[in-house]
Design a protein around this ligand. Structure first.
Ligand code: MLC
Ligand code: AMP
Length: 542
């Protein structure tokens, strides 16, 4: 059967697809993690144990379980277990601190949170405000929680029930929980695996965090849907990833680094367990891999053998990074575009031209179009506007925010992504900017408003405005213009103190990397801060 004719998955949920894969190939490795090989049957047993323990504890269908946890097999077993118990998983970035934890855990009313010792200490700082949170389980000591129940199969989750709350910030600076249903997750994963020719023979090298959709809903869901396997790393470390790629052997004699040759070579190998065939990352990971390769080449070390597929997303991949990677590694990165509300939207083709600077076309079974930002009418080729998407991957709405949900959808049901772009005559979409004030640093989203609010709680700060400045490593970096209270000088309230104040309350990657002390902020006649004027002023000073 040709790949394009392959049927999309009929599984009702990712958890059901995972159980089916475990039934087909119980002894096949599902995960490789820090030297440990975990088979499908082993992960299934753990997941069923979590499901039974959660139910025995009293978790009812559609109640929330927060995962505030690093990458690990426990993350994945408890994730699947929550789904099998018909609960909703709330994803919590491990860098989140008081401000984010207070909001996400109260808003979702999570009854239970699974974390590690550091997370437990951070939660303790705000626990008195988290009235819905009844239990915090520390992953290392979860055995006693799991011991109370025997693994048992429960009724499968309903496809239209919510599976995941992925918190993503809105223009107000308060994150909203994007409700992804089981059906959304399966539909998108089926489309992604079809588009990228992902098969049960693939091994994904995965060092993305599991608490965002990129690592979890693209990386792990695809793996489970097909019964493939993944080598999971706790975190991304360019040296370790490069070593891992090198360990897979050198190119065969006569095998160039051309893409067509790579595909032919890989497909010919058949079932080659454990040999990495794919890597997914954010652009910062690629710039770090390039720096690593340049360092190793200068030291006389070889390049890794080619992979079947390198994918980039979550932030713009510069043409320069694309071309440098191709020059060094001999491979054209496939760039795709997604968001928490929709998982994956657009992709460069697997077989056709991977055009640098573009994010390609809709995945199979999904649609995308450009509309005029004012009239909201669809626009045809080559004219910039807002990107809208439609299809079975589009989320159900924002958790307990009917107002925000209504705003997010056009009258005819298309979802407003808030990203600006245009489509070429031959169908490739290019993202040109964002309608929202979002800053993306190393693939993480930061809304200026939430950093401004925290800066303004510092007693020395009268006003603050936060924006993104270009950054060679992270794409954008957080910069803040601060007006001090009368009588306070920059030597009395130093930039370092303000950064520490942010770091104490917010995820560390949200702290300003540059602080500019200014006399006043530029405002328009309505009194609104003119960020574009401020940006020009800061660009001059930077
Ligand atoms: C870490 N730091 C960052 C940062 N990540 N600063 C700015 N931007 C970032 N992205 C800072 C930390 O705050 C810390 O500062 C210091 O760097 C070291 O922290 P670390 O944790 O050791 O960093 P590192 O491991 O090097 O992280 C870099 C990274 C990571 C690129 C590996 O940021 C990452 O995993 N990014 C991927 C994010 C992702 O998965 N996004 C997908 C969202 S889903 P200090 O001062 O405290 O030492 C989505 C939809 C879609 O967007 O389309 O996919
Ligand atoms: P999040 O809300 O964390 O899911 O982030 C989604 C946002 O990341 C999108 O709305 C885009 O602005 C951005 N994004 C994702 N992929 C790309 C890409 N390939 N190029 C540019 N921006 C991207």
């Amino acid at each position: 059967m040709s790949p394009s004719a392959r049927p999309l998955s009929h599984s009702a949920s990712i958890a059901a697809a995972f159980l089916a894969a475990a039934e087909r190939s119980p002894d096949k490795p599902c995960l490789l993690f820090e030297g440990e090989r975990i088979t499908y049957a082993q992960l299934r047993d753990q997941a069923l144990r979590w499901a039974a323990a959660l139910r025995a504890w009293g978790l009812r269908p559609q109640e929330r379980v927060a995962l505030y946890l690093e990458n690990s097999p426990t993350f994945l077993a408890s994730y699947l277990g929550t789904h099998l118990a018909s609960g909703i998983v709330v994803l919590v970035n491990t860098q989140y601190r008081q401000v984010e934890l207070r909001h996400i855990l109260s808003d979702s009313a999570a009854r239970l949170c699974l974390t590690d010792a550091a997370g437990q200490a951070e939660l303790a700082r705000v626990s008195h405000e988290l009235t819905a949170l009844e239990q915090v389980i520390v992953a290392d000591t979860a055995a006693s929680f799991l011991a109370v129940a025997q693994p048992a199969e429960l009724p499968p989750p309903n496809p239209d029930d919510v599976a995941v709350l992925a918190y993503t910030s809105g223009t107000t600076g308060r994150a909203k929980g994007a409700m992804l249903t089981h059906a959304n997750l399966v539909a998108n994963s089926a489309a992604v695996t079809q588009a990228w020719r992902w098969s049960a023979d693939d091994t994904l090298l995965l060092a993305l965090p599991l608490f965002h959709v990129h690592g979890l809903c693209v990386g792990m869901h695809g793996t489970w849907l097909l019964g493939a396997n993944a080598e999971l790393h706790r975190r991304f470390d360019a040296t370790a990833i490069y070593d891992r790629l090198l360990a897979d052997g050198r190119p065969q004699p006569g095998q160039g680094h051309g893409e067509g040759q790579v595909q032919a070579h890989r497909h010919h190998q058949g079932h080659d367990q454990g040999r990495i065939t794919m890597f997914f990352g954010v652009p910062t990971m690629y710039t770090r891999l390039i720096a690593e390769a340049e360092r190793r080449l200068a030291a006389g070390e070889p390049l890794p053998a080619p992979l079947r597929l390198y994918v980039s997303g979550s932030a713009p991949l510069s043409v320069h990074t694309f071309e440098t990677f191709e020059r060094l590694f001999g491979q054209r990165i496939l760039e795709r575009y997604g968001m928490s509300e929709t998982i994956m939207n657009l992709t460069n083709p697997y077989d056709g031209e991977r055009r640098p600077g573009t994010v390609g076309m809709p995945f199979p079974g999904q649609q995308a179009r450009i509309v005029d930002v004012r009239t909201r009418a669809p626009i045809h080729h080559e004219t910039p506007g807002e990107i809208q998407v439609r299809g079975p991957h589009v989320f159900k709405g924002y958790w307990q925010r009917p107002d925000a949900t209504a705003d997010a959808f056009a009258d005819d049901g298309w979802f407003n992504t808030g990203d600006l772009g245009w489509r070429s005559a031959d169908g490739y979409f290019t993202i040109s900017g964002r309608a929202r004030e979002l800053i993306i640093t190393g693939g993480y989203n930061v809304y200026p408003r939430e950093v401004e609010e925290v800066l303004q709680t510092h007693p020395a700060v009268a006003e603050a405005a936060v924006l993104g400045l270009p950054d060679s490593e992270f794409g954008e970096q957080i910069a803040a213009a601060v007006v001090l209270e009368p009588g306070v000088t920059a030597t009395a309230a130093t930039a370092e103190q303000l950064v520490d104040h942010c770091r104490d309350q917010l995820a560390s990657y949200k702290k300003p990397r540059r602080i500019f002390f200014v006399e006043s902020l530029p405002r328009n006649a309505m009194g609104k801060i003119q960020k574009h004027v401020l940006k020009e002023q800061l660009d001059h000073q930077a």
